[in-house]
Design a protein around this ligand. Structure first.
Ligand code: ADP
Ligand code: MG
Length: 274
């Protein structure tokens, strides 16, 4: 079943000098429940704008966004907020945790708006989620006392504590070193699969993109599918590095340095953490 669907979606803004900036053009994207999609593109290519449309935080200039078969623009504000709070979990590059609040308070926060049982059992749910991300011993630590990787694990726990059907991750490893980023992504993947949530990861890192089942690139506001053969998944492979081939134009579209040495094969070789 289709979870979120974008149909002929375009986004433009009018700049102060009255010129029009086309950020997204004619986007067609259908994400079924439990899917894992990666979208790659250079900085400024419209990735966050696209993610905000999928997360129903923003409205398209043209076209339609559907969530579980319902047209988002027909929904009342209150219903939309509720639907989003209940079904969408966001993970950001800069973690966006509340400073001075403990990990437990941060993870509990989304459940503060829940009703009934989910509200009353929020402490237990948040504790369990922190245990799930390997931070059961750090529930009382504030973000200031945690490393970048740990903060992102808290942010993942916060995004998942309401068991959302859709997880939207905007450059989740952008502020982490390669190794920490790899383990954070492995965790995000695992938890998303366990919960049967759809995961959309926005990244300019092909290592990260390789984990997804389907891949798209965003360039000049146009979304195009591409093939990126994911290395064997699984915990055993998590620490391993594998080499995969990507087409040169893709390397360019994500801003990877390319080697143009004579005698090189047609494709660039990029190191991909599996
Ligand atoms: N509200 C806005 N007003 C003006 N320009 C915007 C607005 N939102 C996004 N943009 C521009 O649209 C482009 C795409 O932005 P964004 O989606 O944040 O890209 P990405 O996440 O891929 O870096 C950028 O050039 C950005 O400056
Ligand atoms: Mg962005």
């Amino acid at each position: 079943m289709s979870l979120v669907r974008l149909e002929g979606v375009a986004k433009h803004v009018i700049l102060p000098d009255d010129s029009r900036l086309d950020i997204l053009r004619d986007i067609e994207l259908d994400i079924p429940a439990g899917d894992h999609v990666a979208i790659v593109g250079r900085s400024g290519s419209g990735k966050s704008t696209l993610l905000n449309l999928m997360g129903m935080l923003d409205r398209p200039s043209e076209g339609a966004v559907w969530f579980r078969g319902e047209l988002v623009r027909r929904m009342r504000r209150s219903k939309l907020d509720k639907l989003r709070g209940r079904n969408v979990g966001f993970v950001f590059q800069q973690f966006n945790l509340l400073s001075g609040r403990t990990a437990l308070e941060n993870v509990e926060m989304p459940l503060g708006y829940a009703s009934g049982r989910a509200f009353w059992t929020r402490r237990r749910a948040a504790t369990a989620m922190l245990e799930r991300v390997g931070l059961g011993h750090r529930t009382d630590s504030t973000p200031e006392q945690l490393s970048g990787g740990e903060q992102q694990r808290v942010a993942i726990a916060r995004a998942l504590v309401r068991r959302p059907a859709l997880i939207l991750a905007d450059e989740p490893t952008g502020a982490l070193d390669v190794e920490t980023g790899g383990s954070v992504m492995a965790l995000l993947d695992e938890i998303a699969s366990e919960a049967d949530a759809a995961l959309v990861t926005i990244t300019h890192d092909l290592h990260v993109a390789a984990r997804a089942r389907r891949h798209f690139r965003l360039e000049g506001g146009v979304l195009t599918p591409f093939e990126l053969s994911a290395p064997a998944a699984g915990a055993a492979a998590a620490a391993a590095y594998e080499r995969i081939d990507i087409a040169p134009e893709l390397a360019e579209s994500v801003g990877e340095p390319r080697s143009d040495g004579a005698g090189e094969a047609a494709a660039d070789r990029i190191e991909v953490a599996s």
